[in-house]
Design a protein around this ligand. Structure first.
Ligand code: G1P
Length: 302
């Protein structure tokens, strides 16, 4: 079996109802933080971790994602005609090479576990990554790279974890940590969206995983779990005791972009971290909070 992590699965079939009306005609993964869609950040992060094959599990109405990662003749011609070689080169630099992207559809929204299972033939018999584009991580070293590096040392499954206030753990997969060196914690249990009082810890999984292909055998059972969905977490629980399994407390700040407040926080944090925008935005915000400028409420906005 190949051991290097070459493939990443991006489950992008979700409806994004929390962002209506923005997501009525546009995939939620195309929501833009500063000037890039969420899915673009996830693909960049995967590429920075050495991923060479990008597997999207899509659904109805997700064509904009395919178009985003495709060649655009009109745009290329237009930029050429305008002499904008710089923009053209910048765009070509991030476009996946021919054959590097694959799409498959999850025909019914049966859950994250089912979405990952839909990619089984494209992944084959090798360890692979899963990235949930809703989760953004601002860090020095890309979050998935941290996982891949850790996995190269310990093998098996490695999932990104962070401490969350106990009253919020029911939004996440939560691990029961075993041997723990403060960075890597052995996973001795994992449960999806437990009630706070029943959670085995407050160490929650965020949307970055490096998984062994055996996970597909467990997902194949299509057993429904929390929320009546086929949960990835439940398949992972079945793998405990059959090989190394760790949670990595990654370095960086995570933003839940599936939530409006989290999305706004990500927008500010990513913009403030940008060389071209950080100083200007910071001075605007300072002005706002020092009372020099009252936040405007545009007429009719709610
Ligand atoms: C999914 C996973 C959950 C994980 C979370 C991270 O939940 O099922 O285990 O903690 O992503 O964002 P969802 O947010 O899709 O409900």
């Amino acid at each position: 079996m190949k051991s290097r992590i070459r493939k990443a699965v991006f489950p992008v079939g979700g409806l994004g109802t929390r962002f209506l009306p923005a997501t009525k005609a546009m995939p939620k993964e195309m929501l833009t933080v500063v000037d890039k869609p969420l899915i673009h950040y996830a693909v960049e992060e995967a590429a920075a971790a050495g991923i060479e094959e990008f597997i999207f599990v899509t659904g109805r109405g997700k064509q904009a994602i395919e178009d985003h990662f495709d060649f655009s003749f009109e745009l290329e011609d237009n930029l050429k005609a305008k002499g904008r070689k710089d923009m053209l080169d910048a765009m070509r630099a991030w476009l996946p090479r021919p054959g590097q992207v694959a799409y498959t559809r999850q025909q019914e929204p049966l859950g994250l576990g089912h979405a990952v299972w839909c990619a089984r033939h494209l992944v084959g018999d090798e360890p692979f990554a899963v990235l949930l584009a809703d989760d953004m991580v601002l860090s020095d070293s890309p979050c998935l790279k941290q996982l891949v590096d850790a996995q190269a040392k310990v093998g098996g499954n490695v999932v990104a974890v962070m401490d969350v206030p106990r009253d919020q753990v029911s939004r996440y997969g939560v691990i029961a940590p075993g041997k723990d060196d403060g960075r890597l914690a052995e996973v001795t249990g994992i449960v999806e969206k437990p009630a706070p009082e029943k959670a085995p810890s407050t160490l929650c999984v965020i949307g970055r995983y490096v998984l062994m292909p055996e996970v597909f055998d467990h997902l194949a059972a299509h057993r429904k779990g929390a929320g009546g969905e086929v949960q990835l977490t439940d398949a992972l629980a079945k793998m405990i005791g059959h090989g190394p399994f760790h949670g990595l407390r990654f370095e960086g700040e995570r933003f839940d972009c599936g939530d409006k407040l989290g999305f706004l926080q990500a927008t500010l944090a990513f913009a403030l971290a940008r060389e071209d925008l950080g100083a200007g935005l910071e001075s605007y915000l300072r002005g706002m909070f020092e009372g020099r400028r009252k936040p405007k409420r545009p007429g009719g906005a709610r």
